[in-house]
Design a protein around this ligand. Structure first.
Ligand SMILES: Nc1ncnc2c1ncn2[C@@H]1O[C@H](COP(=O)(O)OP(=O)(O)OP(=O)(O)O)[C@@H](O)[C@H]1O
Length: 288
């Protein structure tokens, strides 16, 4: 199972929204897809979900073009904030329907999840609250057990306890049935512990694709007197600087050698970690 982008471009009319993307994901892991509003996350996911075709280049799923490809479509589930306005059936009967045409769908698991998310009643999906409709998307996405399962911000309407239940179920089910799971989200600090790998896209380009651990280990804050911090930061990639009186704090991006750590301690500098949330903000901020 894999997803590959090769010199991938996507235009809407004259607007190019994905520019020359190249990446590959091929392991059953949880991938966090991050990007600012309008970065192109949904556009990219809609190509993987075979909702549209690239303008040029290739997007391959299991080495095949997914668009209108029955084999691939059975392997991929893309859940997004669907409009359920015309949906007059309750969740319990919709999952039975889905079970008839989705190969990997696990009806029993779907029914257990409906119970956990309190979606068992006879109310039509269109009459459920927004948060409950989102929870229903989560149920369908999890129970689809698709080798490639994508959640495009479906959980945004859910309250904190429901989101927590989703994260727990996701980790539990991923352990039992490993698959490629892509989570596109703005809730970076809440969800970062779920990610094995992180892909950040910025203005339609892949900014980085790394393991969560490598990425986070590369960000650090350095705090101390202005002169010492400036000396230490010279020649390094500085993502952010703040100063209060003579005290300065910088966010650096890159590996530190043992010698550099020693020199920081000799200069009386405090070195601390940076969260993925902060790194994401710094890495994608607009240059003033
Ligand atoms: N159907 C469409 N027609 C024209 N332009 C579109 C269409 N869908 C998206 N766009 C544009 O493509 C760009 C990328 O949008 P996309 O929805 O992929 O971003 P996103 O990263 O998912 O954003 P958000 O975080 O706000 O959901 C934006 O500039 C958007 O205005």
């Amino acid at each position: 199972m894999n997803v590959k982008a090769i010199n991938l471009h996507l235009n809407y009319g004259r607007d190019e929204v994905l520019h020359d993307m190249n990446f590959e994901i091929n392991e059953p892991k949880i991938y966090g897809l991050l990007g600012r509003n309008g970065a192109g996350k949904t556009s990219l996911l809609s190509l993987i979900g075979s909702f549209r075709e690239p303008t040029s280049g290739k997007l391959l799923v299991n080495d095949e073009v997914p668009f209108e490809n029955e084999n691939v479509m059975q392997e991929v589930t893309l859940m997004y904030n669907k409009d359920f306005a015309g949906e007059s059936y309750p969740p319990s009967s919709i999952v039975k329907d889905i079970n008839r045409y989705r190969l990997n769908f696990d009806l029993e698991y779907a029914q257990q999840l409906l119970k956990k998310f309190k979606l068992e009643g006879n109310k039509a999906v269109s009459k459920l609250s927004k948060g409950k409709q989102s929870a229903f998307n989560v149920v369908v996405g999890l129970a689809s057990r698709s080798p490639i399962t994508i959640f495009d911000e479906v959980y945004l309407g859910m309250d904190a306890p429901a989101r927590d239940l989703f994260y727990k179920e996701l980790l539990k089910d991923q352990e039992l049935h490993p698959r490629i799971i892509i989570l596109s989200t703005h809730l970076v600090s809440e969800m970062d512990y779920l990610f094995d790998e992180v892909i950040i896209i910025n203005e339609g380009k892949i900014l980085l694709h790394e393991s969560y651990d490598d990425l986070v280990s590369r960000g650090l804050t350095v705090i101390g007197s202005k002169q010492s911090v400036d000396d230490f930061a010279k020649g390094k990639e500085v993502l952010n600087e703040e100063q209060l009186g003579d005290t300065k704090s910088v966010t650096l991006y890159g590996e530190l050698s043992e010698a550099e750590r020693l020199s920081a301690s000799e200069l009386g500098l405090d070195i601390g970690p940076v969260s993925l949330h902060d790194l994401f903000i710094q890495l994608t901020k607009e240059v003033e």
